[in-house]
Design a protein around this ligand. Structure first.
Ligand SMILES: [Zn+2]
Length: 237
């Protein structure tokens, strides 16, 4: 997996390079059964934040196992969440998709129950990489999921994804995943197909999704022009 670590320099193949020839850290091996945990407070968060990276990961690491958890959704949106996860994880051999029904917008007041869920999850699945919300996300539900991710998975490689919103809370990321045109198109097509109830929202369209990928592509000098970006708070070497 080729990843750009922003200010830390560019990574190629299976390694993150920090000062070429001085420091190498093996992160992914193509044939390892990488355990990937994807966490999202609401239906569509995971797809918006890291859908392109998931598409790339499953291509480059065919043995990867995915555990996909959405923490809220009414009956209709839960169906959409299952359907969309199935689209994004198409052809993945080992996957589990769980859509919970914690009360949307009230996560800070449901924290004990959500924490219990995290503890159960940690006993059942041992992730090599975790995708979760950004710690400084303006949405209270997103922050609860981010905090409990760190609180539960204390020695893990965690990447926090971005979700554009009215609050204007995007910050400067420090890890970029370059995407091919095909990943960009598939991500956007899947989002539009997977969440018909969201299409009435003025921001839920191709232009929004493509724009943020384009900006992150500029920052990472992506050959395809597109990238997804993450906040990586901690790497242990
Ligand atoms: Zn959300």
């Amino acid at each position: 997996m080729e990843t750009d670590l922003g200010r830390f320099g560019r990574a190629r193949n299976r390694y993150f390079h920090m000062n070429e020839n001085i420091f190498r850290v093996k992160v992914f091996d193509k044939n390892q059964r990488l355990n990937v945990l994807c966490l999202g407070a609401h239906p569509d968060d995971i797809e918006i934040g890291c859908g392109g990276t998931i598409l790339r990961l499953k291509e480059e690491m065919p043995e990867a196992q995915f555990c996909w958890v959405v923490f809220s959704g009414n009956e209709i949106r839960r169906k959409e969440a299952y359907g969309s996860a199935t689209l994004f994880l198409d052809k993945v051999k080992a996957k589990s998709i769980d859509v919970q029904c914690f009360r949307e917008s009230y996560f800070p007041f449901e924290g004990d129950k959500i924490k219990d869920y995290f503890e159960k999850l940690a006993k059942e699945f041992s992730p090599d990489i975790v995708f979760t919300h950004y710690k400084a996300d303006a949405h209270q539900d997103h922050r609860v999921i981010s905090d409990l991710t760190w609180n539960t998975f204390r020695h893990h490689f965690i990447l926090e994804y971005e979700v554009p919103k009215y609050d204007g809370d995007l910050e400067t990321p420090n890890l970029y995943v370059l995407l091919e045109d095909a990943h960009v198109k598939r991500k956007i097509d899947n989002l539009l197909e997977g969440f018909p109830t969201q299409r009435q929202k003025p921001w839920f369209d191709e232009e929004t999704f493509r724009s943020i990928l384009r900006i992150r592509g500029v920052e990472s000098r992506s050959p395809s022009k597109y990238a997804e970006a993450f906040h990586c708070r901690k790497i242990v070497l």
